[in-house]
Design a protein around this ligand. Structure first.
Ligand code: NAD
Length: 530
C-alpha cells in the first residue's frame, strides 16, 4: 500500500570537515589513502549487476605520481554496449513502477553513507585518482555528492506536488512519467559528485541509465557505482561501461531507445553528441533530451573601487584551486590600472608561493593536472605566450612531468584583450590578465561580454554600487553564474544552482528542479464526474 502524502523532505548542505592533523576524519582518510595505494583493484564493466571482464584493459594512475597504478579497468566494446542497452530496457519497467518514495529512499541512503562510512573511501579515491587536495576532495566527493542526492530528492518532491487546478466536477491530475527508453550519462574527470549526479538524477526520476565514466577517473567512478549498489540500487538501473568513447558512441547514439543524454564535459564533445543525435533523429522513438554542461572562459573584472584584498584572494582561489580544472575556474581577468598598481606585488608573491606537489601533504595547494594530454595542452599555451610579442609571463610558466603532471601556477600579462589565452579554454592553472584605463570601465564590460563564445561564470569586484549594477546589466548573457566580490567558483547545491549558457551548455542547472524536469514527461489526466 502506498497512500502517504509526504511532508517536505529535509534539506541542509553537508558541512565541510576540516581534516586538521590528528582529527578523526583525517586519520580515517589517511588509512584509506594508504589502503588504496597498497592494492591494485580490478574494475569490471557492470551490466545488469553482472561483472564482465573483457580483457581490454586501461589503467588508473595517480596524476601526481603517474608510475603508480592503483587499478586496472576493463573496457566495454560493442557487444557489451548491446548487453547494456538490453539490461537498461529490461530493468526499466520494474524501476519505473517502484513507488517514488522507495526510489528516493535509495538516494537518501547514498547520501547518508557518503556523509558517514563512505566519506573516506570517496575522498581518498578522488584525491588519488584526480589529484585533489584534502579540501578539494571534501567539497566534491563528500559534500557536493551528498547535497546532489538530497537536493534532487527535495526537488523531485516539489515537482510531483505541482498539480493542475481542478474545477467543480473535474479532477485534473499530472503524473510525471520517466522518459521511455534509456539515458546515456557521460561524465567528466573533474568532479566525482558530477558523475554521481549525471547518473543519479535521471535514475531518481525513474529512468535507467548507461554510464560512460571518463577514462581518467574510472577509479572514483567505480567507488560511486559501488556506493549506489551498497545503498540498494537494483541491478540494471545504472550500467557501468568504462570504454573508449569511439568504440561505444555510435551504437548508443543510433539506438532507437535513446531517450536522453546527460553530459558534462567539453563543448567539442557535446557538439559531437548533438550532431550524432541530429543525424539519427528519424531513428528514435522519442526526441531525446539533450542536457550538457560544457566549457567556460570565466572572467574576473576589477573596477577601480575594488577591495584589493578580496580581489587578490579571488584571483588566486578562482584561478588555481584544483589546478584550474574547475569548469568555473577564472582564466581571464580585466583589471583597472590603478588597482593593478596596488595589487601587482602581492598577487605575484601569493601566486609564486603556492605549494604544488603531493596532495597528501596538508600544506599543498595544487596537485597535478589530470593526464599527459592535458599537461601537453596547458604547456603548449604557456609556450605560445612565452614566444609571443604581446604577452609576458609574470608568474610560473614552468612545468614538469617526470614524476607527476605538474604545472606551476602561471600568470600571463597581455596587451591584447583578444590574446589566445584570453579567449580559449585552457583548463589548467593559467590566468591571463589585461589591464585597462580606469575611465574605460564601460568599454571593458562590453569587451568582456563579446570576447568569449562561452557563458559559464564571471565575477565583478567593486565597492561602487553603480559599477556593480552596470556590470550585472551589461554582462547578463555572459555567465549563468555571476558573482559579486568573490571568486567565480565554488557554487553550492541549493544555493547557487549551476550552469552556463551560450556554448557553456544547455543551462539546466545541475542539482535543481530544472534539471530533474528534463528526465520526465508529464501526463495529465482529466476525469469528469458530472
Ligand atoms: P571531455 O569532453 O574530454 O570528456 C567528457 C566525457 O566525454 C568523458 O567521459 C569522455 O570520455 C567522453 N567523450 C569524449 N569523446 C566522446 C564521444 N565522441 N562520445 C561520447 N563520449 C565522449 O571533458 P573532460 O576533460 O573530462 O572535462 C573537462 C571539460 O568539462 C572542460 O571543458 C570543462 O569546462 C567541462 N566541465 C563543465 C562543467 C559545467 O558544469 N559546465 C563541469 C565540469 C566540467
Amino acid at each position: 500500500m502506498n497512500n502517504n502524502i509526504i511532508k517536505e523532505l529535509y534539506f541542509e548542505n553537508e558541512p565541510i570537515l576540516s581534516y586538521l592533523p590528528g582529527s578523526s576524519e583525517r586519520l580515517e582518510l589517511e588509512a584509506e589513502l594508504a589502503r588504496i595505494k597498497s592494492t591494485a583493484i580490478d574494475i569490471p564493466v557492470i551490466i545488469g549487476g553482472k561483472e564482465i571482464r573483457t580483457g581490454n584493459i586501461g589503467q588508473c594512475v595517480l596524476p601526481h605520481n603517474h608510475r603508480k597504478v592503483i587499478g586496472e579497468y576493463h573496457k566495454a566494446g560493442k557487444e557489451e554496449i548491446k548487453l547494456a542497452i538490453e539490461a537498461a530496457l529490461k530493468s526499466k519497467h520494474m524501476w519505473e513502477e517502484l513507488p517514488w518514495q522507495s526510489k528516493v529512499a535509495i538516494f537518501l541512503r547514498v547520501a547518508e553513507l557518503a556523509a558517514g562510512p563512505w566519506r573516506a573511501k570517496l575522498n581518498a579515491a578522488t584525491m588519488l585518482n584526480q589529484s585533489k587536495t584534502y579540501k578539494q576532495a571534501e567539497i566534491d566527493s563528500a559534500c557536493e555528492l551528498v547535497d546532489f542526492m538530497k537536493y534532487n530528492a527535495y526537488s523531485l518532491q516539489q515537482i510531483y506536488g505541482e498539480q493542475p487546478i481542478s474545477t467543480k466536477n473535474v479532477w485534473n491530475k499530472t503524473v510525471y512519467r520517466p522518459l521511455e527508453g534509456f539515458i546515456f550519462a557521460v561524465s567528466p574527470f573533474n568532479f566525482t559528485s558530477i558523475a554521481a549526479n549525471l547518473t543519479g538524477a535521471p535514475a531518481m526520476a525513474g529512468n535507467t541509465v548507461i554510464w560512460k565514466p571518463a577514462s581518467n577517473a574510472v577509479y572514483s567512478a567505480y567507488v560511486v557505482y559501488k556506493l549506489f549498489q551498497e545503498a540498494g540500487m537494483p541491478d540494471g538501473v545504472i550500467n557501468f561501461i568504462p570504454s573508449n568513447s569511439g568504440d561505444i558512441s555510435d551504437s548508443v547514439l543510433s539506438n532507437e531507445y535513446l531517450s536522453g543524454i546527460h553530459f558534462t564535459g567539453s563543448t567539442e564533445v557535446f557538439f559531437d553528441l548533438w550532431s550524432a543525435v541530429g543525424k539519427n533523429i528519424r531513428n528514435y522513438r522519442t526526441f531525446p533530451r539533450l542536457v550538457g554542461e560544457t566549457g567556460g572562459k570565466n572572467y574576473i573584472i576589477a573596477h577601480p573601487s575594488a577591495d584589493r584584498t578580496l580581489l587578490v584572494q579571488g584571483l588566486i582561489d578562482g584561478a588555481f584551486e584544483f589546478q584550474g580544472q574547475k569548469c568555473s575556474a577564472a582564466s581571464r581577468a580585466y583589471i583597472s590600472k590603478s588597482v593593478w598598481a596596488d595589487i601587482k606585488e602581492l598577487l605575484i608573491e601569493k601566486a609564486s608561493s603556492l605549494k604544488v606537489g603531493d596532495i597528501e601533504e596538508i600544506d599543498t595547494f595544487m596537485g597535478a593536472v589530470i593526464d599527459k594530454k592535458s599537461f601537453d595542452t596547458i604547456s603548449s599555451y604557456i609556450e605560445y605566450a612565452r614566444s609571443s610579442n604581446n604577452a609576458e609571463i609574470l608568474v610560473g610558466g614552468t612545468y614538469d612531468c617526470s614524476t607527476g603532471y605538474f604545472v606551476n601556477p602561471t600568470i600571463i600579462l597581455t596587451e591584447d584583450p583578444h590574446f589566445k589565452t584570453m579567449e580559449e579554454e585552457i583548463f589548467g592553472p593559467v590566468l591571463t590578465i589585461y589591464l585597462y584605463e580606469d575611465e574605460n570601465y564601460s568599454e571593458i564590460l562590453s569587451l568582456c561580454n563579446n570576447t568569449s563564445k562561452y557563458g559559464l561564470t564571471g565575477s565583478i569586484f567593486a565597492k561602487d554600487r553603480y559599477a556593480i549594477e552596470e556590470a550585472e546589466k551589461e554582462l547578463i548573457h555572459s555567465a549563468g553564474n555571476f558573482y559579486v566580490n568573490i571568486r567565480p567558483t565554488g557554487a553550492v547545491v541549493g544555493q547557487q544552482p549551476f550552469g552556463g549558457s551560450r556554448l557553456s551548455g544547455t543551462n539546466d542547472k545541475a542539482g535543481s528542479k530544472f534539471n530533474m524536469m528534463r528526465w520526465m514527461s508529464p501526463r495529465v489526466t482529466k476525469e469528469y464526474f458530472a
